[in-house]
Structure formats: structure tokens, C-alpha cells
Design a protein around this ligand. Structure first.
Ligand code: NDP
Length: 326
């Protein structure tokens, strides 16, 4: 057993640093994966900067998602050479994570990469994009259809937002993109947004009910933004909520629920059951334009994570960032 390059948080309160990790210290699991790519999600930004107690086991290799090739497996569903993707399940939080060349995990956590999708593409999607797909599926299952009217996507220029716009537009939905970065209007239109909304329009305290504008929404911002989106959702519509970029609170009234029959659909990616993950990855393979995915993606080396972490927390990162590991 040897050592491999990894970012490690040695102890509680100590900063993350690039170093070497002993393979013999990997945690229990029935599949060992040679990690090829990871990514930088909002939660990774929190873990690397230590701004929130994301890391709950020490030492920890942060990184909540990876794609790579199975090196060895005693799990019946996986064999050496299989291409796999992992999102969540506590990796980078309670289980050694993605910012290292090797990871040992439970096979039950892994999803086989859809045919024709590379590990780099899978991480360009990342947890943000897979969550965006879960949100789209939630709206579809609820019954929101393209003919019902526009879908608002908040935090539009971020990771969840960018993938949500690209998928929704490919499925024929009209998309209203809410962003604080007017300079990204052309980028958002190139992904498929037909309307750009200044996020300031959605960030003041919400009225119980506002003019009905949207058939549905995908919200990664929370707080007043989600409250405003709910108040602007048309009769019988639904909003999929997955994020808290502006805050964890929800200063809303029950008016949209009880007077317009609006529904709030909660979306979690971390503990999401495997069949739903498999469905989301299959749909990402068919319903996300790979050229648009490439256009929203930037690649950095492992050490680049340190510079990027505070930027993602400050809302300064556009689209998705893949981290080349192996
Ligand atoms: P990003 O940082 O890439 O995107 C977040 C976007 O939100 C920013 O780009 C910005 O968009 C907007 N934003 C940031 N700060 C504010 C603010 N104060 N007020 C209003 N808008 C703001 O993050 P991700 O897309 O990766 O993640 C988005 C959220 O979703 C995070 O809160 C994350 O924790 C959550 N998440 C949840 C998951 C789950 O399982 N439920 C899984 C993945 C992510 P713009 O510049 O366009 O305004």
C-alpha cells in the first residue's frame, strides 16, 4: 500500500492543505475507486474554508463528489474498470472524500456512468447538476408542463442554475433566469434562458401573493427569494427548492399554498435513494446538451481548489468547475 496526493483537513479547526494520504488509512468500503475528476460545489467551498461545520470526521479528505474507475470491488454490481460516479452520502463530511487520487466507499453509494458519458462530463455535471436534474424531475412528476408557462430559475449563473436552465430549455420549457450578475445575461441566454430577471426583484420581503408569473420554479437561493417565487407562482404550480445561497430561512406566508394550491417540493441529493439517482443520471445523459455543458465548465488542478473555495461562497463562480485528480 502506498501514499497518494490529497487535500487533507488534519484536525478540527485546522486549515485544509495539500499533502499525501496513506492508502492504509482509507475507510471501510467494498469498492476502491481511482478518482479521475471531482468538482467544486458550494458545500466544498464551506468545507475548504471551514466557514460551516461540513467536515465532521478527522482527518478528512474533503470533496463531496467524484467520478473515476473501479480499481477493485467485492460488491456484486461492480468490477474493476467500471466507470462510476458518486454524489453525497456523507463523502467529504463523515466519509473520506473526493479530493484525493483514491477513495474506498460502499458500492451501494455508486452509480454506473451512463453509456457515452466521460468522468470529466460527469463531474462537469457534478452534484450541482445532478441536483438540478432531481429538481426538473420533481416538477415533471408534479405535472408542470412546458405549455403551462415559464419556469423561474434562481441563482441562475451558479452550478445548479446553469444546468437547470440547459435541461429545462432542451425539454421545451420557457426559462426565466434570475441572476445578480447582469454581465452574465448573454451566457444565460446561450444556455437557453429566454428572460433575465434582476435578482433584486426577488430579494425584498415577499407579499403573501403577487402577480402570477411562473408555472414553476427551481430555487437554489432560499430566504426572501424563495418566498417571492412562491408568491409569484401561478395557480396549481410548484417550486422545487434545493438551496440556501441567500439563507436558510423562509420568510413566506401560507397564502400561495392555501389560496393558489401551489406546492413546495423539497429536493435533497445527499441521501437520495439509488433508483432516483440512477434515473437522474440517465436523464442527464439524454436531456443535457453536452456542448452547453462544456460551455459552462472550467477545469482546474487539485491545488486550484483553495483559490476557488472562497469565490464560490461569494457567488463569483460561473457555471461548473471540474477538478482534475488522477
Ligand atoms: P453556486 O455558488 O454555483 O451558485 C449559487 C448562485 O446563487 C450564485 O451563483 C448566485 O447566482 C446566487 N447567489 C449567491 N449568493 C446569493 C445571495 N446572497 N442572494 C441571491 N442569490 C445569491 O452554488 P451551487 O449552484 O453549487 O449550489 C446552490 C445552492 O444549492 C447552495 O446553497 C448549495 O448548498 C445548494 N445545493 C443543495 C443540494 C441539495 O442536495 N439540496 C445539492 C447541491 C447544492 P447569480 O450570480 O446568478 O445571482
Amino acid at each position: 500500500m502506498g501514499k497518494f496526493k490529497a487535500i487533507v483537513v488534519p484536525e478540527k479547526g485546522q486549515p485544509a492543505a495539500l499533502g499525501e494520504f496513506d492508502e492504509s488509512s482509507l475507510m471501510d468500503g467494498d469498492v476502491t475507486v481511482a478518482v479521475e475528476y471531482s468538482t467544486v460545489n458550494y458545500k466544498d467551498g464551506l468545507a475548504i474554508t471551514g466557514k460551516a461545520p461540513v467536515v465532521r470526521r478527522f482527518p478528512m479528505i474533503p470533496g463531496i463528489d467524484f467520478a473515476g474507475k473501479v480499481e477493485s470491488s467485492s460488491h456484486p454490481d461492480f468490477k474493476a474498470g467500471d466507470s462510476v460516479v458518486l454524489n453525497g452520502w456523507g463523502t467529504g463530511e463523515t466519509h473520506l472524500g473526493a479530493y484525493g487520487a483514491k477513495s474506498r466507499v460502499k458500492g451501494d453509494w455508486l452509480v454506473k456512468l451512463p453509456e457515452g458519458m466521460t468522468s470529466r462530463e460527469a463531474m462537469a455535471v457534478g452534484t450541482a447538476g445532478y441536483t438540478a436534474m432531481l429538481c426538473v424531475i420533481a416538477l415533471e412528476k408534479y405535472g408542470v408542463k412546458p405549455a403551462d408557462g415559464p419556469i423561474v430559475v434562481t441563482g441562475a449563473a451558479g452550478g445548479v442554475g446553469s444546468v437547470a436552465i440547459a435541461v429545462l430549455s432542451k425539454l421545451g420549457y420557457q426559462v426565466a433566469a434570475s441572476t445578480g450578475r447582469a454581465s452574465e445575461a448573454d451566457y444565460l441566454k446561450s444556455l437557453g434562458a429566454s428572460e433575465i430577471i434582476d435578482r433584486a426583484e426577488l430579494s425584498n420581503p415577499a407579499k403573501p401573493l403577487a402577480k402570477e408569473r411562473f408555472a414553476g420554479g427551481i430555487d437554489s437561493v432560499g430566504s426572501h427569494t424563495l418566498a417571492n417565487v412562491l408568491s409569484m407562482t401561478k395557480y396549481g404550480g410548484a417550486v422545487a427548492a434545493c438551496g440556501l445561497a441567500a439563507g436558510m430561512d423562509l420568510p413566506a406566508s401560507v397564502a400561495p399554498f392555501i389560496l393558489r394550491g401551489v406546492s413546495l417540493l423539497g429536493v435533497d441529493s445527499v441521501m437520495c435513494p439509488k433508483p432516483r439517482r440512477q434515473e437522474a443520471w440517465k436523464r442527464l445523459a439524454s436531456d443535457l446538451d453536452r456542448k452547453k455543458l462544456e460551455a459552462m465548465t472550467t477545469e482546474i488542478p487539485l491545488e486550484g481548489v483553495f483559490e476557488l473555495a472562497p469565490k464560490i461562497l461569494a457567488g463569483q463562480v460561473r457555471g461548473r468547475t471540474v477538478v482534475k485528480i488522477g
